[in-house]
Design a protein around this ligand. Structure first.
Ligand SMILES: Nc1ncnc2c1ncn2[C@@H]1O[C@H](COP(=O)(O)OP(=O)(O)OP(=O)(O)O)[C@@H](O)[C@H]1O
Length: 598
C-alpha cells in the first residue's frame, strides 16, 4: 500500500490491517509450500515408492487444511477491514464536508462529491481485497522459485529467467487492451451524452420546428461508438493473446529443458514432470499480478482525490467567538478575488445599518453576490475587514455567524420534501404554529391551497414542482422561520407573474420588519423602497444613499434611473400600441449598466 492509500488508513486501523496483511503473506507462502511438497510426492509416486509418497501426503494435507482455514479467516477479515475502512472514510469525509469553507461548494470540485463518496470510497476500501491478491501473486511464485532452485537449479533458473519475459508480454498486452477499452469507453460516454442532449433539446427543437437539428451530431457520435467498439473487439484480441503466448512459450521452453535433462539421465521422468508443473505454477500468478496493477492504479487515483478533499483547510476560526452586539454590518476597504482570478472587490467600503434595508445594485459581474458571500464568510477578504454586529467575521465561530444570518439565494434549492419540512429546515425546533405563521407571512399559504396534498405536498427535487417566484417565497418563509436578525437576499431575476410579484413583495415587506436586509435588487420597486441603495462599480461602492438623495446627486444612479424611466415609458407605449404578444421592449431586453428590471 503506497502514498495516498497509506495516508488514508487511520491510526486505529493500522494494527488490524497489518495483521491481515501478515496473514495474507502467510497464506501465500503456505500455498507455495503445498505446491513445493508435490514434487517429492510425485517423484516418489512415479518411481513406485508409494510408502514414501504416502509420507509426503501428510505435510501436503496439513498445508491444504491450514490453507483452507487461512482462506476462511482472510475472507472474513478482509470484509471486516474493508467495511471498517469504508466507515472511517465516510466519517472523515463527513467531518471534512462540515468544515469546508462554504466557498468550496461554489468551486469546480463541488460537483465531484457524489463520485468521491460513492465511487472513490468504495474503490479505496476494496484495496484490502486487492492487497491479498497482490501478496499472493508475489509471494507464492517467490516460494515456488525457492523450491524449484532447491530441487533443480537448471529448471529453477529457466523458470526465473522466464519471469521478466512473461511479465513484459503480459504488460504490453494489457496496455494495448486498456488503450482500446479507454477509447471505447470515451466513445460510449460521448454517444450517451449526445443522446441525452438530443432528448433534452426535443421541446426546444420541436417548438422551433427543427426536428432534424441535432440528429447529425447524434448519428456521428453513434457511428464513432460503433467504430471504437469494433476496434476494441478486434484490437484487444492480439493484446490478450500476447500474454498467453508468453506463458505458452515459456511452458514449451521449460518442457524442452526438462526433456533434455531427462534424455541425458540427469532427471527422472516423474521428477521432470513435477518440476515443469511447478515452473508453470510459478508463472501463472503473473497474469493476476499484471491485472492487479491497473486495479491498484485506479485505487490510488481514488485515494488521491479523497486525500485532496481531506487536505482542504477549513477557514480558521476561534474556539469561542466574539459576541455579536447588533445586526449592523460594516465592510471596510475590502479586497477579494476568487482563487486564480482577478480582484472582484478592490477596496469596498459599505455600512449596512441595523434594522434597515440596503439594496445592492450594479452591473452584472460587479460583485454583488460576492459581497453577500463575504458577509456569510464563504470566503475571507484578502485585505480589509467584514464586521457583523461589531465583530470581525474571522473572530466569530461559523455557528454563531450563521445563526445570525439567513440566506435567500436567487436559485433557491428546496429539498424533495413537503413545503412544511422545507420551511422548518430554517429552524428544526420551530413549532407547527411557528412554521404556519412564517408560511402565512411569506404568502406561502396560497401556494399550499392549490396543491393536491396541501401542506404535505412534496415539492420535487430542488423544488422543481414550484415556479421560481414560489420557490423564493418558500425560501423567505424559511428565513422568517429561522428568525435570524440579518437576511442576505438575492432577488429573483426571473420575470414573475403579477400574483407572484405581489406575493414576493409582501413577503419581503414581512421580512424587513425589525431585520437587517441586504438585498441584491433586480426590481425597481425593491430599490425605491430600500432605506439606502449602494451602487457597485469597479469593485467599490461608488454611490450610497436613499433613492431621492441619489437622484439629486445626478450621478451614476440618476443616469441609470433616467434610463429605466425611459425604458418604462417606451414599454408602456409598446404595450399599448403593439400587437398582442409583441416583445415588451427594453425592460425585458438584456440589461446594460445596472442590473435591474422594471
Ligand atoms: N465561484 C466563483 N469562482 C470564480 N469566479 C467567480 C465565482 N463567483 C463569481 N465569480 C466571478 O466574480 C465576479 C463577480 O461575480 P458576482 O456573482 O459577485 O457578480 P454579481 O454582481 O452578483 O453578478 P450578477 O448580477 O450577474 O449575479 C464575476 O466576474 C464572476 O465571474
Amino acid at each position: 500500500m503506497t502514498g495516498h492509500l497509506r495516508a488514508l488508513v487511520a491510526a486505529d486501523q493500522r494494527r488490524p490491517l497489518g495483521r491481515y496483511l501478515a496473514a495474507s503473506a502467510g497464506y501465500a507462502v503456505s500455498e507455495g509450500v503445498a505446491f513445493g511438497v508435490l514434487v517429492p510426492l510425485l517423484t516418489a509416486l512415479f518411481a513406485g515408492h508409494t510408502a514414501t509418497a504416502g509420507r509426503w501426503l501428510l505435510p501436503l494435507t496439513a498445508a491444504a487444511v491450514a490453507g483452507w482455514f487461512a482462506h476462511y479467516y482472510l475472507g472474513s477479515r478482509a470484509l471486516r477491514c474493508s467495511s471498517a475502512w469504508r466507515r472511517a472514510l465516510y466519517a472523515r469525509l463527513g467531518d471534512r464536508l462540515l468544515t469546508l469553507p462554504l466557498g468550496w461548494f461554489d468551486g469546480p470540485r463541488a460537483g465531484e462529491v457524489p463520485q468521491l463518496v460513492i465511487g472513490d470510497v468504495t474503490r479505496v476500501a476494496t484495496t484490502v481485497f486487492l492487497a491479498q491478491a497482490l501478496i499472493g501473486a508475489v509471494l507464492t511464485p517467490v516460494t515456488l522459485g525457492v523450491f524449484l532452485l532447491g530441487y533443480d537449479w537448471r529448471i529453477g533458473l529457466a523458470a526465473l529467467l522466464a519471469v521478466p519475459v512473461v511479465l513484459v508480454a503480459l504488460t504490453v498486452g494489457r496496455r494495448v487492451t486498456e488503450r482500446l477499452e479507454a477509447a471505447q469507453h470515451a466513445a460510449t460516454t460521448e454517444a450517451g451524452a449526445r443522446l441525452v442532449e438530443f432528448a433534452g433539446a426535443q421541446p426546444t427543437l420541436r417548438a422551433a420546428g427543427h426536428t432534424a437539428a441535432g440528429r447529425a451530431d447524434l448519428d456521428e457520435a453513434l457511428a464513432g461508438q460503433y467504430r471504437a467498439t469494433r476496434r476494441d473487439v478486434l484490437g484487444a484480441l492480439p493484446g490478450q493473446y500476447l500474454g498467453q503466448l508468453g506463458i505458452h512459450l515459456t511452458f514449451t521452453a521449460l518442457l524442452v529443458t526438462g526433456l533434455a535433462l531427462a534424455t541425458h539421465h540427469q532427471l527422472g521422468p516423474g521428477r521432470m514432470v513435477a518440476l515443469v508443473v511447478l515452473g508453470i505454477s510459478l508463472l501463472r500468478p503473473l497474469d493476476t499480478l499484471v491485472d492487479l496493477g491497473s486495479g491498484l492504479r485506479s485505487c490510488q487515483a481514488s485515494a488521491q482525490r479523497i486525500a485532496e478533499l481531506l487536505a482542504v483547510e477549513p477557514l480558521p476560526e476561534p474556539a469561542t467567538g466574539g459576541v455579536i452586539a447588533h445586526s449592523g454590518i460594516e465592510i471596510t476597504d475590502a479586497r477579494f478575488g476568487y482563487p486564480g482570478g482577478p480582484d472582484v472587490l478592490t477596496g469596498l467600503t459599505l455600512t449596512i445599518p441595523a434594522g434597515r434595508t440596503t439594496a445592492l445594485v450594479g452591473a452584472s459581474g460587479a460583485g454583488k453576490t460576492t459581497v453577500t458571500k463575504l458577509i456569510a464568510r464563504f470566503y475571507d477578504v484578502t485585505a480589509g475587514s467584514v464586521r457583523v454586529g461589531g465583530v470581525d467575521v474571522r473572530e466569530l465561530t461559523s455557528g454563531d455567524l450563521l445563526d445570525h444570518v439567513a440566506l435567500v439565494f436567487q436559485d433557491v434549492y428546496l429539498l424533495d420534501a413537503s413545503i412544511e419540512d422545507n420551511i422548518r429546515f430554517g429552524n428544526p425546533d420551530a413549532t407547527p404554529e411557528q412554521v404556519r405563521d412564517a408560511a402565512r407571512r411569506a404568502r406561502v399559504d396560497s401556494i399550499v391551497a392549490r396543491l393536491p396534498d396541501g401542506w404535505a405536498s412534496r415539492v420535487g427535487e430542488g423544488g422543481r414542482l414550484l415556479s421560481g417566484g414560489e420557490r423564493q417565497r418558500v425560501a423567505i418563509a424559511r428565513a422568517l422561520c429561522k428568525d435570524a436578525p440579518i437576511v442576505l437576499l438575492d432577488e429573483a431575476t426571473a420575470s414573475l407573474d403579477a400574483e407572484n410579484e405581489a406575493a414576493v413583495h409582501a413577503a419581503l415587506a414581512e421580512l424587513a420588519v425589525r431585520r437587517t436586509i441586504l438585498v441584491i435588487a433586480h426590481r425597481l420597486d425593491t430599490i425605491t423602497r430600500a432605506d439606502q441603495i449602494a451602487v457597485l462599480d469597479g469593485g467599490r461602492v461608488v454611490e450610497c444613499g436613499p433613492h431621492a438623495e441619489l437622484l439629486a446627486q445626478d450621478g451614476r444612479y440618476a443616469a441609470f434611473w433616467r434610463e429605466r424611466e425611459r425604458a418604462r415609458g417606451w414599454r408602456l407605449r409598446a404595450e399599448g400600441a403593439g400587437p398582442a404578444g409583441a416583445p415588451a421592449g427594453p425592460a425585458d431586453a438584456p440589461k446594460e449598466g445596472l442590473s435591474v428590471s422594471g
